[in-house]
Design a protein around this ligand. Structure first.
Ligand code: SF4
Ligand code: SF4
Ligand code: FES
Length: 247
């Protein structure tokens, strides 16, 4: 017989004027290889069909099942209950707009962030759809791919002290996007142009460097390296600007 697990789950429906934020408890018997995805579906099927939470891929690649699991941001589909104590508290990710219970709207936040950091290749080269593809060194392509593995789950944002205190903070995920474009030889932005986007308190200079973001990233993106690199580069840009050096 498996352990008896108790799930304490945040409940609130902002669309319903009669709804008040509270916690509901549900008991389940733990099964072999049970994930939080399996447990939440079982609760919804057997105990409360109104429970709201998000899932899509069940494989850690769509990024939609981020939630606070015993106080730590993580992906529910990748979390085995055997890694947790028998009392499990589930809360929605902070910072993002609550849709209901454990479901939050990360899409609006990520869209705004991607627009703010202009998360696309900036080039004056005209695109020729019939031309040959640009060649890229394999090692460099691998390095860019390493940063592209982000699934926009929001865990690093939810686990960030600065982002929790300041809603204008762009977060490690935005710095990771910028680091990705800096590496890409097709992006023609200058150091100064990058500085204008992230050389501020909303950007790299607002980061306290305690690396909660990297600790909770379910894709193990090397955020620490990107934050360190950007701090050095943007610090140098600030000095150049101060003394009017040319890049
Ligand atoms: S290192 Fe910076 S971005 Fe990462 S959690 Fe800390 S303040 Fe946030
Ligand atoms: S950097 Fe990691 S934690 Fe942050 S959004 Fe991307 S995958 Fe999620
Ligand atoms: S359901 Fe896609 S990451 Fe969890």
């Amino acid at each position: 017989m498996g352990r008896k697990l108790v799930f304490n789950i945040f409940r609130y429906n902002p669309q319903d004027p009669d709804s008040k934020p509270h916690m509901d408890s549900f008991s389940l018997e733990e099964t072999e290889s049970m994930t939080l995805f399996i447990a939440l579906n079982q609760i919804r099927e057997e105990k409360d069909p109104s429970l709201q939470f998000d899932f899509c891929c069940r494989a850690g690649i769509c990024g939609s099942c981020g939630m606070m699991i015993n106080g730590r941001p993580g992906l529910a589909c990748k979390t085995l209950t055997k890694e947790l104590p028998d009392q499990i508290t589930l809360m929605p990710l902070p910072i993002f707009k609550l849709i209901g219970d454990l479901s939050v709207d990360t899409g609006t936040w990520f869209r705004a962030m991607n627009e703010k950091v202009e998360s696309w290749i900036h080039t004056n080269k005209e695109f020729d759809p019939n031309g040959p593809e640009d060649r890229m060194d394999n090692d460099l392509a691998e390095e860019i791919y390493e940063l592209e593995r982000c699934v926009e789950c929001g865990c690093c944002v939810a686990g960030c002290g600065t982002a929790n205190m300041r809603e204008d903070f762009l977060g490690a995920v935005a710095m990771n996007r910028i680091a990705r474009f800096m590496m890409d030889p097709r992006d023609e932005r200058s150091g100064r142009e990058y500085f204008e986007v992230i050389g501020t308190d909303e950007g790299i200079f607002g980061c306290m460097g305690l690396l909660g973001c990297e600790d909770v990233c379910p894709r193990q993106i090397p955020l620490q390296d990107q934050l360190g690199m950007l701090r050095r580069k943007m610090g140098w840009e600030a000095i150049k600007h101060l003394f009017r050096f040319k890049s």
